[in-house]
Design a protein around this ligand. Structure first.
Ligand SMILES: Cc1ncc(COP(=O)(O)O)c(C=O)c1O
Length: 359
């Protein structure tokens, strides 16, 4: 490998977990974006009903799943023109392997980002170049990632920014892949898909979607790609050889989940209510909330080294993630996940308020 894989960052957080666990009322873990609210019952039922599955699934997905994804992409994402779809074993799969599947040697990714974009470039032995949001400043490369809403910042791309990314793709005749796995979780904003701005010409444009957060199905590993038919055909061909088929019972569960919007609206309301509860407590404690317009997180700073903020919260039994996990530009921010029960979020807000009262 041209570059080594980065150290697994979570190991460096472990001592703060030990400290937080010593709090007399126990640990409140707000470090990981792993959903805790139950998978909707009807999704569980679809999985159970389809558990007899003796034959192999096909890489392209069942006709039923393909149809449901296509219809959802048209209605929910605003996709138009010719496009194809492809089920994935979770979106992390494609983030980690797409540069390899496309044999890319130069990959652009956001300068504050989910770490797997870098990992995917390293696995492909590609040069990984962190870039800002403004695609007009991007250099020539083999492909570029966009992530809106962003993990960790909760920033949402504007229409103009997404159109600029499409323009970069057209100028360089290279793929732009928009990771939109938090699209459903706007907080006072309605994030939009890159596919709604292609004018029906989807060449070199892909959107990545996942049911992990949308439908609290992270344990199922169900996600999909939507976009350029030729590019998807190419990716599907390689994946057919590589054995990356989505298990059939999961495909049935995905059909059920995509057929319902109500549970998504409820989940959005839950995350936003948690953010509304915790944000004022953090502000009272001197944190400035940045972005955080969508997704599962609060991205905030006390204009100090991120580890200092992590340490202060650990002393209250609360575990947060240092922004440095997501790139150098995050080194004075922390990321706090709303993927904890309402009780834990209430407790976290109370512990912060109590700590301020005794200052
Ligand atoms: C931006 C982003 N993309 C992709 C993923 C992968 O999610 P999954 O593999 O569960 O679909 C995550 C997970 O946290 C993420 O934050």
């Amino acid at each position: 490998m041209r570059q080594q894989l980065p150290d697994f960052p979570w190991d460096s957080l472990a001592p703060f977990g030990v400290k937080a666990r010593q709090h007399p009322d126990g640990l409140i873990d707000l470090s990981q974006g792993t959903p805790v609210d139950p998978t909707p019952e009807f999704v569980q039922e679809a999985l159970r009903k389809n558990s007899n599955s003796p034959g192999y699934p096909v890489t392209a997905g069942t006709p039923e799943l393909r149809e449901v994804i296509s219809a959802w992409a048209t209605q929910r994402l605003g996709a138009t023109g010719d496009f194809d779809v492809l089920p994935l074993i979770g979106s992390k799969e494609i983030v980690a392997w797409l540069p390899t599947l496309l044999q890319s040697s130069k990959v652009l990714y956001p300068d504050i980002a989910y770490p797997t974009y870098l990992v995917g470039a390293v696995l492909a032995q590609a040069e990984a170049i962190p870039v800002g949001v403004d695609a007009k400043t991007w250099p020539q490369a083999d492909m570029s990632w966009v992530n809106s809403p962003s993990n960790p910042t909760g920033r949402v791309h504007s229409e103009e920014e997404l159109r600029a990314a499409i323009a970069w793709s057209r100028t360089h005749d290279r793929p732009v892949v928009s990771d939109e796995c938090y699209l459903e979780f706007g907080d006072g904003v309605s994030p939009t898909s890159i596919l709604s701005y292609t004018g029906g010409d989807n060449k070199n444009i892909l959107a990545v979607h996942s049911l992990s957060k949308r439908s609290s199905m992270a344990g199922y590993r169900g996600a999909f790609l939507v976009g350029d038919s030729e590019l998807i055909a190419k990716i599907r061909e390689v994946r057919k050889h590589a054995g990356m088929m989505v298990p059939l019972p999961i495909q049935h569960a995905m059909v059920a989940a995509l057929g319902d919007q109500e549970h998504v609206d409820q989940q959005r309301a839950r995350y936003n209510a948690r953010r509304a509860k915790l944000a004022p407590a953090l502000v009272a404690a001197g944190f400035r909330i940045d972005e955080s317009r969508a997704g599962l997180y609060i991205w905030c700073t006390r204009q100090e080294d991120a580890w200092k903020s992590v340490d202060w919260l650990a002393s209250l039994g609360i575990l947060a993630t240092p922004g440095s996990f997501y790139g150098e530009l995050g080194s004075s921010h922390i990321r706090i996940a709303m993927t904890a029960t309402d009780i834990h979020i209430d407790d976290a807000a109370s512990r912060i308020a109590a700590a301020l009262a005794t200052r």
